[in-house]
Write a protein that binds this ligand. Sequence first.
Ligand code: AVI
Length: 324
Amino acid sequence: MKTKKTGQQFDTTFHKEIYEGLTAFPKYISSKWFYDKEGDHLFQQIMHLPEYYLTGCEYEILDTHTNEIASLFSGKDGFELVELGAGDGKKTKVLLNHLVAKNIPVTYKPIDISQNALDNLEQDLQISLPDLQVVTQQGTYFEVLEKLCKRSGQKKTVIMVLGSNIGNLNHEHAVSFLSDIQKCMTADDLLFMGFDRKKDPTVILNAYNDSQGVTEAFNKNVLKRINKSLDANFDCEAFKHWPTYDPETGTTKSFLVSTKAQKVNLNKLNLEINLSPWESIHTEISQKYDDHIVDWLARQSGLRVIQQFEDSKRYFTDYVFKKL
Ligand code: AVI
């Protein structure tokens, strides 16, 4: 393994983190690097897979409890709905349709890292809900929360994070993410967040190991991205996609396991790495939760659960939080 040169300069955070992860033992790559154009596309496909129950369950929650959720959100003079990681907004549209139909004053503020996703969503809403006020914002969670903290308006704000995105963070990072949100909330504001629940381990494992191999392609795509953007030569076909689930901790981990010895050059990083046969690269965690864990995370972050909504199979929960 190549040791890190002192004073190494990196062009971007991507360069730096890939260097750090691939020179560490054991090797890792953060799943935040999954989402280039092809990664976005593969994730859209995953959300339609029969095994990937998360999307359907959360859709069911929003569809079944629309009325209750809408009245919980509504403020005296309307409210602002800030959605972090809005994507195609498919699930949120159930709620938006209802709000517009009931003349509940709302400004929808979808936020995403992808300008392309925001443009598509805005166009789509202009046609399907022309009366809805939409203000898009492109940026990372961090940038967006900073702006949210500085807002001057008095309107109630509901921050929405759907899809168990929090599950891609370990507990320590989840607490700091929740704390960052909490710091930007007033006593009146709400946080509405999706969490995937602990359940039959087979159901969970199948969700991350679908029969069509889309999740495998999604996992391997990060190596393709590295090959393209860092002028590297990973032999992507010589890796096995390997998800695991630990029912004790509720942690799903995905790995890429090299089926052979590989010497990989990452020319743009000036780096050469060696992989032994069956050596792993850890690429993702997808944490599963129960009420106790969510309660604990909330308290650690200065929040409390005021309500929760579940699907009929009790696979998924949307929790509503307020400041402690
Ligand atoms: C985005 N995130 C919540 C998904 C998950 O379930 O962890 C990403 C994903 N990884 C594999 N399949 C889907």
